[in-house]
Design a protein around this ligand. Structure first.
Ligand SMILES: CN(C)C(=N)NCCC[C@H](N)C(=O)O
Length: 277
């Protein structure tokens, strides 16, 4: 019998998502992508619609970015920017196949009237940046090793005026921070230690002694590619062990099936950008 120690309070969020109407695997820029494996775009769209309905049913505000023909990975909306307190640090994609997405995200924030800062350094938005508003007065965690250049961490710190902690990703299967680490509420995280260098593991242990540590099977099921409102944790249905750990810690796991998008190397969090006014 699991004892729940705490009742977690949700906080209403605003999200940006983009339908996988043009999703396909026509190039391979991460170890999960295989151009020989066919993609069922209709199934991807059906699963994505389930994700959208789940976010709405939890009471969140959801904006939809129109997809652009030819931009196969645009469904992974989290990579388009990173915002904190109404300031948007724009993305600059590493791979040319995704470069054009950044301007479409910029247009979205311009329409909202948010302050948008164009980056000089390569960075893939919320794929490699996470924000914890109540940790240490407001802390940014940032990944590097595969996509985002460490120089972008210093740039983000200047733009967002929040301390940025650099974390070194060392396993190519976990090529973005959000494949290996997630904020589960405003001050705590869940993560998969062995995706990080041993020095970064030490830093994470020091900063987050109460973190939930994911097992290999859940991390490989992209279990950490989750979206949490502080109580409801929307995570891939395959990550059953992590769901149990979260429930034991007082969170409410909300499993969602999104397996078709895993063929592109992403899951729930990759599809959901959080807008922080
Ligand atoms: C959690 N992840 C990895 C993301 N935040 N984004 C997914 C990007 C997938 C895309 N094919 C790419 O390789 O860029």
């Amino acid at each position: 019998m699991v004892s729940v120690t705490q009742h977690r309070m949700p906080r209403k969020r605003t999200y940006l998502i983009c339908p996988p109407e043009h999703f396909a695997v026509e190039y391979a820029i991460n170890p999960w992508m295989d151009t020989a494996t066919p993609v069922d775009t209709e199934l991807a769209l059906k699963q994505w619609t389930g994700l959208r309905e789940t976010l709405l049913s939890l009471g969140h505000e959801v904006h939809v970015l129109p997809p652009e023909p030819g931009l196969r990975d645009m469904v992974f909306a989290a990579n388009g920017a990173f915002s904190v307190d109404g300031t948007v640090y724009g993305a600059r994609f590493k791979h040319p196949q995704r470069t054009a997405e950044a301007a479409l995200h910029r247009e979205f924030y311009d329409r909202l009237g948010w302050r948008y800062v164009a980056p000089s350094e390569t960075n893939e938005g919320e794929g490699d940046f996470a924000y914890l508003p109540e940790a240490y007065g407001g802390l940014v965690l940032a990944g590097y090793g595969y996509r985002t250049d460490p120089a972008a961490h210093a740039e983000a710190q200047e733009v967002l005026a929040r301390p940025v902690v650099s974390l070194h990703l060392t396993d190519p299967r976990f090529y973005h921070l959000d494949t290996a680490l997630a904020s589960i509420d405003d001050s705590n995280i869940a993560y998969f230690p062995t995706a990080f260098s041993s020095a970064s593991q030490t830093v994470l242990r020091q900063l987050f002694p109460d973190a939930i540590v994911a097992a290999d099977a859940d991390a490989l099921a992209f279990g950490l590619n989750l979206v949490s409102d502080g109580r409801n944790v929307v995570l891939p249905a395959e990550a059953t062990g992590l769901a149990k750990q979260l429930a034991a810690a007082g969170y409410r796991p909300v499993p969602v099936e999104l397996a078709e998008l895993k063929k592109g190397g992403g899951s729930i969090k990759c599809c959901v950008a959080e807008l922080r006014p």
